[in-house]
Design a protein around this ligand. Structure first.
Ligand code: AHM
Ligand code: MG
Length: 349
């Protein structure tokens, strides 16, 4: 009798045995391994990541049942501080992060796309020196049509006292982030994070309710033919960006991918390479995306994977915001592809 190759061995319930071979490294264990410490700071960071994971699980569960529940999808009728129509899922996801961090004891302030001012948890402030910055639902336009969405997060340590609640210390460059990443709600839910020691991805196993390590030390390809941009804005862009797009149109091999959710597009680029752009437009010279909870966390993560993120004129991580909801143009991805766009912006070719 011919033996089945090892990879095809089936267990009694028909599941390939290889699928059981994973080491099952959980997120909190991974954070501690990365820090090679069980000290108080490492425990804090591990607990913070665990809380972010819990928020991701709650949002993922809600999204997977959204079509079966009353009153979950659609707009609230409100407009947020950004002037954008708020969806019910935006509000739910925003509240989920607040609620899980209320219980953490570690986070004193949360700042998000959906809130004009930071949210304070006074009972945590005497001990909680961390601030969470987040975009609860990235790609809101995909919410009601069952397409991929994301959450973006960044953790910073509070600098100095914030006695009058102005959170001025948050107006600092992105190099102050101590952790950042995203949760991708796609066919499976994934969490990708960095604490400045490489980029690591986890997949939610719904049967365990745990994020399990999928890939460690991810490296973005140096170059790829993928470009990701909303070409509907073509006539709104500066001529240099239009010239870059004309260049990719006439160069064989380039291919366009744009999902309407930046987390999905950047996840593709992290794995397959390429460049994502959201340049300034005539009506919005700084583009659409916000620095503190969208572009800076993704810049930190992509740089940790060997990529780059720039406004076209300076590194995203060097931008010091003047206000909490400041926007920046974004060009992010494989180093060679980002450099190509930069060369059009700075040299015209
Ligand atoms: P959001 O956080 O309000 O959803 O806005 C961010 C999203 C990105 O995910 C996406 O790349 C971009 O906005 C899409 O905007 P546009 O429709 O202008 O292309
Ligand atoms: Mg967003």
């Amino acid at each position: 009798m011919t033996q089945a190759p090892e990879s095809l061995n089936l267990s009694m319930n028909g599941v390939p045995e290889r699928s059981l071979d994973r080491d099952c490294t959980t997120l909190s264990r991974h954070v501690l391994q990365q820090l090679q410490s069980f000290g108080p700071q490492a425990q804090d960071l591990s607990a913070l990541m665990n809380r972010i994971a819990l928020a991701g699980k709650l949002i993922s569960r809600r999204l997977s049942h959204a079509g079966l529940m009353e009153g979950v999808l659609g707009f609230t009728g409100e407009v947020n501080v950004q002037g954008e129509s708020v969806k019910k899922m935006d509000v739910y996801a925003n509240d989920v992060f607040i609620s899980v961090f209320k219980q953490s004891g570690l986070v004193c302030r949360l700042a998000s796309e959906e809130m004009e001012k930071p949210y304070y948890i006074p009972e945590n402030c005497p001990i909680g020196r961390y601030t969470l910055l987040y975009d609860p639902i990235d790609g809101s336009s995909n919410t009601d049509i069952n397409l991929s969405l994301g959450s973006i997060f960044s953790i910073r340590q509070q600098e100095g006292e914030d006695l009058n609640g102005e959170a001025k210390d948050l107006l600092a460059n992105g190099r102050n982030q101590i952790a950042a990443g995203y949760i991708l709600y796609g066919p499976s839910t994934m969490l990708v994070y960095t604490i400045g020691k490489g980029v690591h991805s986890f997949t939610l196993d719904p049967s365990l309710g745990e994020f399990i390590l999928t890939e460690e030390n991810m490296r973005i390809p140096q170059h790829s033919p993928i470009y990701s941009v909303n070409e509907g804005n073509f006539w709104q862009w500066d001529e240099s960006i239009r010239e870059y797009i004309r260049y990719v149109h006439r160069t064989e091999g380039y291919t366009s991918r744009y999902s309407g959710a930046m987390v999905s597009d950047i996840h593709r680029i992290l794995i397959q390479g390429g460049v994502f752009l959201y340049p300034g437009t005539l009506s919005k010279p700084d583009g659409k995306l916000r620095l503190l909870y969208e572009t800076a966390p993704l810049a930190f993560l992509i740089e940790q994977a060997g990529g780059r993120a720039t406004t076209g004129h300076m590194e995203i991580l060097d931008v010091v915001p003047k206000k909490l909801h400041q926007r920046t143009p974004l060009i992010i991805g494989s180093p060679k592809d980002v450099a190509k766009v930069e060369s059009f912006i700075q040299n015209g070719h």
